[in-house]
Design a protein around this ligand. Sequence first.
Ligand code: HEM
Ligand code: HEM
Length: 180
Amino acid sequence: MTPPRYAPSQKVLHWAVAALVFALVPIALAMANLPDGALKNALYEWHKSLGLTVLGLAVARLLVRAARGAPALVEGLPAWQRRAARASHRALYLLIVLVPLLGWAGTSVCCAPVMLYSTVPLTLPISGGMPVGETILTVHQVAAFALVALVVAHVAAALHHHLVRRDGTLRRMWWGRGEG
Ligand code: HEM
Ligand code: HEM
């Protein structure tokens, strides 16, 4: 039988990725706009390590999703909303993998060794130099802003379900009474 809620592991991964993305975007904007110095460098390192953490969690999410599936959408939604929900969820999954992969590839090509939390060296063995790296990082930036736009729509939809339709959609991704 289809479970009425997401599995606990799916909820933990969903909210961990969301929290990290909400931290990563302001860190990115700050690091890109600060003058050169220790703070800017530290923010770059945090951005790269937290971004790689998102990549790891996103892959875990996809594996759990493949194994556990998802509860059927709530009853009574018009067809276009069902299609929009499925398409936007797929696009969110795609972007939480693609955005950090592009950042990782771009940084590896052009700029600096990639170290995970100043410990594990994770530079990808790809070459191309500054122009290629900069192009990949531009695509990374555009894809990251597309992710932000999609998250805004996703949150608006979640709030609409919760506050206007009051149909329990948000509770499927949250903890509470009746937990299976
Ligand atoms: C979900 C994960 C990520 C998100 C949401 C994200 C978001 C962003 C955004 C919005 C920018 C643009 C900042 C600006 O120029 O205004 C940016 C830049 C950048 N990101 Fe990421 N990023 C992620 C993962 C990564 C990873 C994993 C790496 C490298 C390992 C990385 C490396 C970079 C670098 C080097 C820049 C600066 C490019 C430049 O200076 O022009 N990012 N990121
Ligand atoms: C970076 C931020 C976020 C990302 C990448 C994201 C991504 C996703 C994805 C891919 C799904 C589909 C899960 C599946 O079917 O396997 C989902 C479901 C969901 N998300 Fe998010 N989400 C984010 C933030 C949020 C926030 C802030 C809220 C609430 C305000 C939220 C509420 C929900 C709800 C309620 C569902 C379940 C929808 C349903 O049961 O049909 N998400 N999210």
